[in-house]
Design a protein around this ligand. Structure first.
Ligand code: NAP
Length: 325
């Protein structure tokens, strides 16, 4: 019989790495599949595509997302978490020990912590995908791509009305000639503080908010030249010239691997099955979930880290109750 790990953690954002730190300190010797490129993400998760994180406690002057994730990983490694830098391609959670496979590895585990997070959404327009794939000025991550020379001193479009859209639009004002925030309604979903920020930038002439508008098409052959906008109330269309378009329209959980095995909400996020005070149980005994993959409400680095801690403590206690550890 192959070696059976006490706990395998899938995913390496704040949730997965916090689970690893706790599991490692409990002498569970966690094995982490930290991913490679699944869901368009890289090891470290969404924070690898962020610039400054201002709201993570303990960093009064802020910290860059990738730097913070390196600290998380270093801390997990210090307590002897083992890492496999590959995407998981298959899981079998129907029988114990559970089986987790990547292209180059296979692990068997008494318990699994799912921390695969979520990924950015796209509008799904053919020209959007074409230009995004060929580096034609369409991106779902302003903070990754916004500083590229092609976008400097240009008119840029950000689509969305939530905190991400406001954050990305604010960020782009550092490089762009002007930023157009295109939103399908007449009020922003973003939090009050973020709204204040964008309204200030609007008053300074750096941002223009295009209310009640959806992007119908992305124009341009090799690079984007503009977007076709449709008024969501009247149906009228018009062209807005721009040299870049950044999507900030929410996220999709990375749960494809688990569909049919782990209980999911209708929106695709993992459904948790609290057991008394324990909050990270899934429908499968021994399989726990934490972070954005099970959270469509808070979706913060600090809440992800908190739930990662909870999942590791729950796994540890569950393993002890099984007499495994
Ligand atoms: P979100 O809050 O779900 O907002 C998504 C936005 O995209 C909404 O304004 C939505 O419009 C719009 N949208 C969705 N689908 C669309 C479509 N097909 N076409 C056009 N517009 C579409 O997502 P988010 O902004 O990524 O934020 C996610 C979570 O992360 C939130 O909890 C947020 O507070 C948090 N966050 C926080 C910060 C920060 O505090 N610094 C930064 C980023 C994110 P409607 O409003 O009409 O639904």
């Amino acid at each position: 019989m192959a070696h059976v790990e006490s706990v395998v953690i899938i995913g390496s954002g704040p949730a997965g790495l916090t689970a690893a730190i706790y599991a490692a300190r409990a002498n569970l010797r966690p094995l982490m599949f930290e991913g490679f490129s699944a869901g368009g993400l890289i090891p470290g998760g969404q924070l690898m595509f962020t610039t400054e994180v201002e709201n993570y406690p303990g960093f009064p002057h802020g910290v860059m997302g990738p730097e913070m994730m390196k600290m998380f990983r270093d801390q997990a490694e210090r307590f002897e978490t083992r890492f496999i830098t590959e995407d998981v391609t298959e899981v079998d959670l129907r029988a114990r020990p559970f089986r987790i496979k990547s292209d180059g590895a296979e692990a068997h585990a008494h318990s699994v912590i799912i921390a695969t997070g979520a990924r950015a959404n796209w509008l799904g327009l053919p020209n959007e995908q074409r230009l995004a794939k060929t580096g034609g000025g369409v991106s779902a991550c302003a903070v990754c791509d916004g500083a590229l020379p092609a976008f400097r001193n240009q008119d840029l479009v950000v689509v969305g009305g939530g905190d991400s859209a406001v954050e990305e639009a604010s960020y782009l004002t550092k490089f762009a000639k002007r930023v157009f925030l295109v939103h399908r309604r007449d009020t922003l979903r973003a939090s009050k503080i973020m709204q204040d920020r964008i309204f200030k930038l609007r008053d300074e002439g750096k941002v223009e908010i295009v209310w009640n508008s959806g992007v119908e098409d992305v124009l341009g052959d090799k690079t984007i030249t503009g977007v076709l906008l449709k008024d969501t109330r009247t149906g009228a269309t018009r062209t807005l010239d721009c040299k870049g378009m950044f999507l900030a329209i929410g996220h999709t959980p990375n749960t494809e691997l688990f569909r049919g095995q782990v209980d999911l909400h209708e929106n695709g996020y993992i459904r948790l099955h609290p057991q008394g005070p324990s909050q990270s149980y899934t429908n499968i005994a021994g399989v726990f979930a934490c972070g954005d993959v099970a959270d469509y409400h808070y979706r913060q680095a600090v809440t992800a880290a908190g739930t990662g801690c909870m999942a590791a403590l729950d796994a540890e206690r569950w393993l002890a109750a099984q007499g495994v550890h």
